[in-house]
Design a protein around this ligand. Structure first.
Ligand SMILES: *Cc1c(COP(=O)(O)O)cnc(C)c1O
Ligand code: SF4
Length: 461
């Protein structure tokens, strides 16, 4: 479709009262240029420099000016979501990097130390690199694709390997720190389309990143528009994972190609696809600005759905009332709550982790506060090697206190919805730390999963 054929969207023409905001971003080099940080003690700014020498840091002016409540820093959830904190590094790692900066070591030395420390942070949890990389018909690895669950293919477009801001807990952080060997990305629309053509069992395409909404619409269109051809009829659902509704809602409202983007979504919907914007939310405060509301309204007007997902995190959202308020706000705005995740074991995990027992209590207490339309949120769910495992509850069976667990997604579809039991453990934060209940020595899926790993020659937590 030629550019000229794209008409301005009706809903934009009259009711857009906001002045377009220019996208302005700050990274580690610009820490001293953020006016609000000048109010904080010098020692805190130094800590930020140390931590952001190891973990990626990027924040934009909209987040700083309109989402963070600076009177509540350091406890403000959006501040914790975007600004590096000392506790995000292990004490020993922190000290080594702090010393390097105090000694004014050169850039090369600081970079080498950063690489060394990053390597210890489990850059690719749950076997992302080894087990999920599909191959084309000639046995070549297809970069930028993951095919873990039969019906869903994940695609990582190379132009979407960044975000409008970075979350401090991000498990994709390895992709942002510039090490190409840690990156999962593809610039090959042809590779994607070829793979989908040859895999009729795939019904869902999930565009992910980074954040695919960082891409220009014309790039997104190159990936998605061909799916309107009949040979892609089996692709019923197109999901786009994004945090732009939080970090840069202007993407859907006032950016130069915002209208084109909405037209693209609408065209997919009209052609019969289910289009779902998988919006990453952590806190109801992300849903308090006019531009965020506008963006949601405009996306929904295309016929696309918005579903929400996000991890449970200490220092940000580890209480039931904030989750209940988040889900209620979402339902009111027409967003469908989808997942509460358990934070994965990578990056700054120790700072953010919440024990599974506490996670389940928070989930239950939040769910109890919302109506049925908010109870579409599943969780707490761990995206582990064998699949997505949900903590269904804690109970006592024959005098033994246990976790009741189930797969909501499994590497073998046969595992899905089979309840299984683990010994209760107040401190466990991940599937790998759990032991089977009732004296069993293995969980029901472990032998099969292990043989899968042996085939691929890797071990996965
Ligand atoms: C979560 C996830 C999916 C999608 O699973 P749904 O249950 O369909 O939402 C697909 N692939 C991977 C690797 C995932 O982690
Ligand atoms: S938006 Fe997603 S990919 Fe981007 S930094 Fe946050 S968690 Fe990571």
């Amino acid at each position: 479709m030629p550019e000229s054929a794209i008409m301005p969207r009706q809903d934009n023409a009259q009711d857009f009262p906001l002045k377009p905001r220019r996208f302005k971003v700050f990274t580690q080099r610009d820490l001293d240029r953020i006016p609000q940080l000048q109010q904080l003690p010098e020692s805190v700014r130094f800590e930020m420099k140390v931590v952001s020498s190891v973990l990626p840091f990027r924040v934009n002016e909209y987040v700083i000016d309109e989402l963070i409540d600076w009177s509540r820093v350091p406890h403000d959830p959006i501040y914790q979501l975007t600004f590096p904190q000392r506790g995000m590094l292990k004490a020993e790692h922190y000290e080594r990097m702090a010393q390097a900066l105090r000694d004014d070591r050169d850039k090369k030395a600081v970079n080498e130390l950063a690489q060394e420390l990053r390597a210890e942070l489990n850059p690719h949890p749950a076997g992302q690199m080894e087990l999920n990389m599909p191959q084309d018909s000639h046995g070549n690895r297809l970069d930028g694709l993951q095919h873990k669950y039969r019906e869903t293919v994940l695609f990582f477009p190379s132009q979407g390997q960044t975000c409008h801001s970075y979350c401090t807990f991000c498990f994709r952080w390895a992709q942002f720190v510039g090490d190409k060997s840690l990156r999962i990305a593809s610039s090959e629309a042809a590779g994607l389309h070829d793979y989908l053509k040859h895999h009729p069992e795939v019904t869902d395409l999930l565009m992910t990143g980074g954040d695919p909404m960082v891409m220009k619409t014309k790039h997104l269109r190159a990936y998605l528009e061909p799916l309107l051809q009949p040979e892609f009829d089996h692709i019923q659902t197109v999901r786009i994972g994004t945090k732009a509704l939080t970090f840069w809602p202007h993407r859907f409202v006032s950016d130069a190609d915002a209208d084109e983007l909405l037209d693209l979504l609408e065209r997919l919907v009209k052609a019969g696809k289910h289009v779902a914007v998988m919006a990453h939310y952590n806190h109801w405060r992300e849903l308090t600005t006019e531009v965020a509301f506008d963006a949601i309204r405009r996306i929904r007007a295309t016929g696309a759905q918005i579903r929400s997902q996000g991890p449970l995190l200490a220092h940000i959202n580890d209480n039931a009332d904030d989750w209940a308020r988040l889900w209620k706000t979402q339902v009111k705005l027409g967003i469908i709550p989808y997942y509460m995740f358990v934070e994965r074991d990578t990056g700054a995990k120790a700072y953010f982790e919440v024990p599974l027992a506490k996670a389940w209590t928070i989930y239950r207490d939040a769910i109890q506060q919302v109506s049925g339309l908010g109870r579409t949120a599943r969780g707490p769910s761990m995206s582990a090697g064998p699949g997505k495992v949900e903590v269904q509850g804690v109970t006592e069976i024959h005098g033994e206190k246990v976790f009741v667990l189930r797969f909501v997604q499994g590497r073998n579809p046969d595992w899905v919805q089979r309840p299984f039991f683990a010994k209760y453990d107040e401190h466990a934060t991940w599937l790998g730390a759990l032991k089977p209940a009732f004296g069993d020595d293995r969980f029901f899926f472990e032998d099969e999963f292990q043989s899968l790993q042996l085939v691929n020659g890797v071990a996965i937590r």
